[in-house]
Design a protein around this ligand. Structure first.
Ligand SMILES: Cc1cc2nc3c(=O)[nH]c(=O)nc-3n(C[C@H](O)[C@H](O)[C@H](O)COP(=O)(O)OP(=O)(O)OC[C@H]3O[C@@H](n4cnc5c(N)ncnc54)[C@H](O)[C@@H]3O)c2cc1C
Length: 383
């Protein structure tokens, strides 16, 4: 059991602790052995996510009426912790976000149409916001969806889309009113299998997160039924996106907290084993001090993240606390991984060693989900 993870916190009920243990066993037995293949091919097959779905581990927090278990957001967060801990890519995190757009903003018909199949993993989702010319400045997107009778016609291009090649349900952020900025944006669902005019570009080469497919997407006169507009009313896209941000940012912060704990565990174990100058690395005062610092960061972060999770479950988490959690936890993740990698010496640079992969995987945490600079800007606006 991980001693840095204070189980006594209120959100970690016995039931959630049981889910964590079950999912850890499942991930170790069924997913971890496949990771080398997934990294080599640069994606996880949809069938693997369907297996996760069959275990009830994709979207347990979705109400029973839509095929879920009616659990809490904390159940989802504990699953994300376990995926992150085992280096399983964050694809299910994106899938989960899309499900929550539908749950919170979809019409009853849309929820019934898509959520049960998302719970089972029959549908696996992506969210396509970023474009080659617009990332942080989302209102500058040019992809548009123009109504033509009972259809929208979607044209444009997206990039850096997680699950881009494996998803068969993609929520596209598009302008239904291209004359306006944020106020002209809508979220439109595409069921992409055999969809004329939809094309996946290449899987992009990244410095880390090799098992997740990050792709370019192209839309060339793609026809989508009008009732695939989330919520059924145009131009609500920006508000809908903003509504999910605290949860999205917590998903990132929770992964940072877990990975830091794992990095400290791995580094303590390695430095107690490895010898130099007739003693273990752990016997050097520098090693002990560095690890004491990293363990302190892990502990402080866990307290902060636990508090945020509790407030998220209670419905009282303010957006600013979530922005703080996102930037601060991801920044600490990169710092701690750098310190830990150093203590592995040359082995820390070898991708056979988890610490090397975790170091490379960490870097993007400061960029996606809203860059850390954007987080600070948003926090500063409320000061
Ligand atoms: C691996 C990976 C997976 C991703 N997955 C997805 C996905 O599934 N769906 C999706 O839609 N997108 C995804 N993204 C895109 C990601 O969200 C964007 O990369 C991110 O929002 C930043 O946008 P950008 O890359 O265009 O950088 P830019 O917006 O060009 O920013 C460049 C730099 O300028 C800084 N900057 C920008 N604006 C400001 C400001 N106002 N004040 C101060 N500094 C500023 C940024 O912080 C950054 O450091 C992914 C990206 C990566 C790398």
């Amino acid at each position: 059991m991980n001693q840095l993870h204070p189980l006594q916190h209120a959100w970690m009920t016995d039931e959630i602790a049981m889910l964590r243990d079950q999912s850890r066993r499942f991930i170790e037995q069924r997913l971890v052995p496949q990771l080398p293949r997934w990294r080599a091919q640069k994606f996880v097959e949809r069938s693997a996510w369907a297996e996760v779905g069959a275990m009830g581990m994709l979207l347990p927090e979705i109400p029973e009426a839509f095929g879920g278990s009616g659990a809490t957001l904390a159940h989802q967060l504990v699953l994300q912790e376990e995926f992150a801990r085992a280096e399983v890519p964050g694809s299910s995190l994106v899938h989960c976000l899309v499900a929550h757009y539908l749950l919170d903003f979809g019409t009853a018909e849309q929820q019934l149409r898509w959520l049960p199949r998302m719970v089972s993993g029959d549908l696996f989702a992506a969210i396509a916001m970023t474009e080659p010319g617009a990332g942080s400045d989302l209102q500058a997107i040019t992809t548009h969806a123009i109504r033509d009778g009972d259809h929208y016609v979607v044209n444009g291009a997206k990039t850096f889309i997680t699950n881009g090649s494996t998803a068969n349900l993609i929520v596209v952020v598009a302008k239904t009113d291209p004359t306006r900025g944020a106020k002209g944006m809508s979220l439109i669902v595409l069921e992409t299998e055999n969809l004329p005019g939809f094309r996946v570009g290449r899987i992009l080469e990244k410095i880390g997160q090799h098992a997740s497919d990050t792709c370019e997407l192209f839309f060339d006169d793609v026809c989508v039924p009008v009732d695939y507009l989330i919520g059924g009313v145009e131009s609500l896209g920006f508000t809908q996106l903003m509504g999910q941000l605290p949860f999205e940012r917590m998903l990132i912060a929770v992964a940072s907290a877990t990975i830091i704990e794992r990095a400290v565990e791995l580094t303590v174990a390695y430095t107690k084993e490895r010898k130099a100058f007739g003693q273990t690395l752990f016997d050097f005062q520098n090693t002990r001090f560095k690890l004491a610092e990293c363990a302190t960061v892990a502990h402080v972060m866990r307290s902060f993240v636990n508090d945020c999770i509790q407030r998220l479950v209670d419905g009282t988490l303010d957006a600013e606390a979530a922005y703080m959690a996102k930037w601060w936890c991801s920044e600490q993740q990169c710092k701690v991984l750098d310190e830990c990698l150093q203590l592995f010496g040359g082995y820390g640079y070898m991708t056979d060693f988890p610490i090397a992969r975790m170091y490379a995987d960490a870097r993007v945490q400061r960029i996606y989900g809203g860059s850390n600079e954007v987080m600070k800007e948003l926090i500063a606006r409320k000061l």
